[in-house]
Design a protein around this ligand. Structure first.
Ligand code: HEC
Length: 188
């Protein structure tokens, strides 16, 4: 009975592992009856040629969370589709004290950004823009946002956004991709 339950547990654990649902360690712990064998993974790697594959697999296995998250950007054009979602979300925290992204979100210190890429600069209803933004004349595109975020002060002198800018291009790309993914961006 005990044996059968262990075997069942193994099958279940192996099944879970195969789905990538969780750590594979429990399966191994139960599979290897003599604790000595599984206690030293380094030894195994030397003795078993097949173990060569394992470190690589382990590395790829560490990535699924990111791969999944990256697909959040997959509908965007390049270079935004390749940006890292977790990075974009984290870096947007610099903006989130002043900007909400959700549809119908509140005005904070800055205007709500939902639908930004369909809008003319300085035209979010209900926000009292500086003259610099009221006088500016362009539609927001990812490229314009990139220029704005590089240095708000240089891009539209006299604006009221108290934000120094994001000097690193890859970080700007990640932030912009995040904004695109959250504000209903569509191509065309
Ligand atoms: C300290 C508050 C603050 C922070 C931080 C901030 N902003 Fe702003 N943002 C503003 C204000 C205020 C305005 C309006 C500026 C004006 O009218 O001159 C603005 C304007 C904008 C606009 C123009 C909106 C429009 O309707 O034309 C965009 C786009 C924008 N911000 C994006 C960002 C992003 C992305 C970040 C983070 C990287 C960020 N902002 C960080 C306060 C902030």
């Amino acid at each position: 009975m005990k044996f059968r339950m262990t075997a069942l547990a193994l099958v279940l654990a192996a099944g879970l592992g195969a789905c990538g649902g969780g750590s594979e360690e429990p399966a191994q712990l139960e599979a290897d009856a003599p604790p000595a064998e599984q206690s030293d993974a380094a030894d195994d790697a030397v003795e078993t040629p097949a173990a060569d594959v394992e470190p690589e697999e382990a590395e790829t296995a560490a990535a699924p969370a990111e791969t999944e998250a990256a697909s959040e950007f997959s509908g965007l054009p390049e270079p935004y589709a390749s940006a890292d979602y977790a990075t974009g979300r984290r870096l947007f925290m610099q903006c989130s004290s002043c900007h909400s992204l959700v549809e119908g979100g509140p005005t904070l210190l800055g205007p709500n950004l939902y639908g930004l890429f369909d809008r003319h600069v300085g035209e979010r209803e209900g926000f009292d823009y500086s003259k610099a933004l009221q006088d500016a004349d362009f539609e927001w595109t990812p490229e314009k946002l990139d220029q704005w975020l590089t240095s708000p002060r240089n891009f539209l002198p006299g604006n009221r956004m108290s934000f120094a800018g994001v000097p690193r291009e890859d970080q700007r790309t990640a932030i912009i991709a995040y904004v695109m993914s959250q504000t209903g961006y569509t191509q065309d």
